[in-house]
Design a protein around this ligand. Structure first.
Ligand code: SAM
Ligand code: SF4
Length: 356
């Protein structure tokens, strides 16, 4: 099925008139649900809309990154179409990520249309916060429900060292702008690194509590060729027991529909989460897949198998895109098998490629 208005070469001239379509062809998955071969229902997609970023976090990128040529990156129309097809298959939660999603030109064009997609209940975003001062209000108006902001330190010089080029002040202003725009349950994501930021975990939790934010501590994952990870790895368990010396941590059964396990601090609304791909593998209940900026569908963050949706997207054939997605459920593995051998990459892609 061809549709002239959906062709990528119409971008950006065609942006204004574009309306997403959801194919109802014979190739459509009958029940409108995506089930993998282990019976897990896929309702959550993480969509990377760029591999570029205005930071170069040491755990995420190498210093000299080579980014994708622009023609290999999905156009905004293609991003919208792939999201529409997923929603037609029962996906109700979409996280926009990257790279840094807010450095993508015309990003609001896409987000406004995603926010208006019938059936998409939960449109959320992961950002480094650098552009939030400018974007918080438009994001809120477009229907983004919740924002995750990465923050590994509250010290300006350390922030610069971790991100290589970022400014802490901009991110703090972004956090404030998110609050002013009316976002609630904003969550900080902190990658735990021994000898880099582990002396700040208590301060980061205090900051989260003071600012009425949630915070999740993330175990570093061996994605991409980055040296020296083995020396910095800290498990969630260690961090939690260190935090328990300062806070009364009460286990919570709450879930944010993601891999984090949460604890509460009495008297505070903040949730303290731990994302533990190594120590507490969360694959049993995995409900998600990832789409890279170049239109590859990765059924699992920790494996290298993927389906390329881009040729079907570029030929304007949404029915074929839909069929590829349904078929890719057959290659969703039971789980990842990250070991704590952190010095060698266990997955060759950088996190900025697959989308966190
Ligand atoms: N640029 C945005 C940001 O930083 O929030 C979105 C993309 S970033 C790849 C998404 C998340 O992945 C961030 O919270 C980041 O800290 C995390 N991340 C990147 N590389 C990681 C790694 N090797 N292990 C664990 N988390 C990682
Ligand atoms: Fe950019 Fe996010 Fe990766 Fe840092 S973690 S380099 S902000 S994509």
């Amino acid at each position: 099925m061809q549709n002239e208005t959906l062709r990528p070469e119409n971008t950006p001239a065609g942006l204004a008139g574009f309306t997403p379509s959801i194919s109802r062809s014979a190739n459509a998955h009958r029940e409108g649900t995506l089930l993998d071969k282990y019976g897990r229902r896929i309702t959550y997609v993480r969509l990377s809309i760029t591999d570029r970023c205005d930071f170069r976090c040491t755990y995420c990128m190498s210093e000299e990154m080579t980014f994708l040529p622009r023609q290999e990156v999905m156009s905004l129309e293609e991003c919208l179409r792939v999201a529409s097809v997923f929603v037609g298959l029962g996906v109700n939660k979409l996280r926009i990520t990257g790279g840094e999603p807010l450095v993508r030109k015309d990003v609001m064009w896409l987000i406004e249309r995603l926010g208006a997609l019938p059936g998409l209940k939960n449109l959320v975003l992961t950002t480094n916060g650098s552009q939030l001062e400018r974007f918080a209000q438009p994001l809120r108006s477009a229907g983004v429900k919740r924002i995750n902001i990465s923050l590994d330190t509250l010290q300006a010089e350390r922030f610069r060292n971790i991100t290589r080029i970022g400014e802490l002040g901009k991110v703090l202003a972004g956090i404030e702008a998110a609050r002013a725009a009316g976002f609630t349950r904003t969550k900080l994501n902190t990658v735990m690194m021994r000898g880099v930021n582990d002396d700040e975990f208590v301060d980061l939790v205090r900051f989260a509590v003071d600012q009425e934010l949630d915070i999740s501590f993330i175990e570093e994952m061996p994605l991409g060729e980055i040296h020296g990870r083995g020396n910095t790895f800290i498990s969630s368990e260690e961090t939690r027991s260190r935090l328990a010396e300062h806070f009364d941590l009460i286990p919570s059964t709450e879930s944010s529909d993601g891999p984090a396990r949460y604890w509460r601090i009495p008297g505070s609304e903040s949730r303290i989460g731990f994302i533990s791909p190594h120590s507490h593998n969360f694959c049993d209940t995995c409900n998600r897949v990832r789409i890279t900026a170049k239109g590859e569908l990765y059924p699992c963050l920790g494996q290298n198998d993927a389906s390329n949706l881009l040729p079907a997207l570029r030929s304007g054939d949404d029915a074929a895109v839909r069929q590829l997605i349904v078929d890719s459920m057959g290659i969703k593995p039971y789980g990842h098998d990250f070991t704590q051998q952190m010095d060698a990459p266990q997955v060759v892609r950088f996190m900025s490629m697959t989308g966190g």
